[in-house]
Design a protein around this ligand. Sequence first.
Ligand SMILES: CC(C)(COP(=O)(O)OP(=O)(O)OC[C@H]1O[C@@H](n2cnc3c(N)ncnc32)[C@H](O)[C@@H]1OP(=O)(O)O)[C@@H](O)C(=O)NCCC(=O)NCCS
Length: 143
Amino acid sequence: MDAGIGDLNALRRLENEVFRQDAWPLVDLIAMLTMPGLVRLKAVVQNEMIGFVGGDVRPADHVGWVATLGVLPAYRGMGVGRALLHACEDRLFLRVPVVRLSVRRSNRVAIALYESEGYEVVDVWRGYYFDREDALVFEKKLD
Ligand SMILES: CC(C)(COP(=O)(O)OP(=O)(O)OC[C@H]1O[C@@H](n2cnc3c(N)ncnc32)[C@H](O)[C@@H]1OP(=O)(O)O)[C@@H](O)C(=O)NCCC(=O)NCCS
């Protein structure tokens, strides 16, 4: 389901619970929910946002990015993350032939999801995160 600025508080709660110190600052969350052309999709259970995916397109590079993907711990392992990823990809692939995302090198759960969806590592951003952990950049091409 599409998300909008009315979801700001719910998205803040979700981001803080899911990403802790990696959570985006408020200004980035507002931009994600308001800037034209972005993909912003929420998963909702009983009026509560339990998952979110955000994506953006860089037409000059012919690349789309899955910028954030998170599911509340209580709802993991039920297919919500994969479904959000699919929905975001579907929208990005309408506009660009390549989708990329970055993830902590140690995040084996997310990496297992991305590899099972056909993503491959194309780059490493050394020391990208605040604690200097590397980011792996994964890419998937429209086939
Ligand atoms: C990554 C994340 C979004 C996955 O969401 P989810 O709803 O639990 O994922 P799904 O139930 O759709 O599972 C998708 C795949 O993830 C992997 N996975 C999920 N839970 C796992 C676990 N406990 N252990 C290992 N792999 C797991 C599996 O490959 C799974 O596929 P399978 O069910 O066919 O085995 C979720 O774990 C999350 O929010 N993590 C914290 C934030 C994060 O790391 N985001 C991504 C980095 S940007």
